[in-house]
Design a protein around this ligand. Sequence first.
Ligand SMILES: [Zn+2]
Length: 94
Amino acid sequence: MRRRGGSAGGGLLLAVLFLGWLGSVSPALPVVAIVAVVVLGVVAKWPRRCSVCGNVLRRAVYRWTIDGQARRVCSTCNRSLEAKQSYAAIRRLT
Ligand SMILES: [Zn+2]
């Protein structure tokens, strides 16, 4: 008689079976799969940083296109960028 495990145990069993299957296809594949999962987990939890001042972005994230590149900036840098932009716009007008 086999006892049914919890959902987490079942998922782990499935993962082990999947890795075993990958290993039967190619011995390098389970290693690649584990590394990919770890990297994805790290990237998903990685704190995003402001591309101007380097502070960790928490709630407010503003998107700016600086020198043709999309960047995320914090609220402080957003304010200074806005000020710079309006200053440049006024200078262009006068
Ligand atoms: Zn910033």
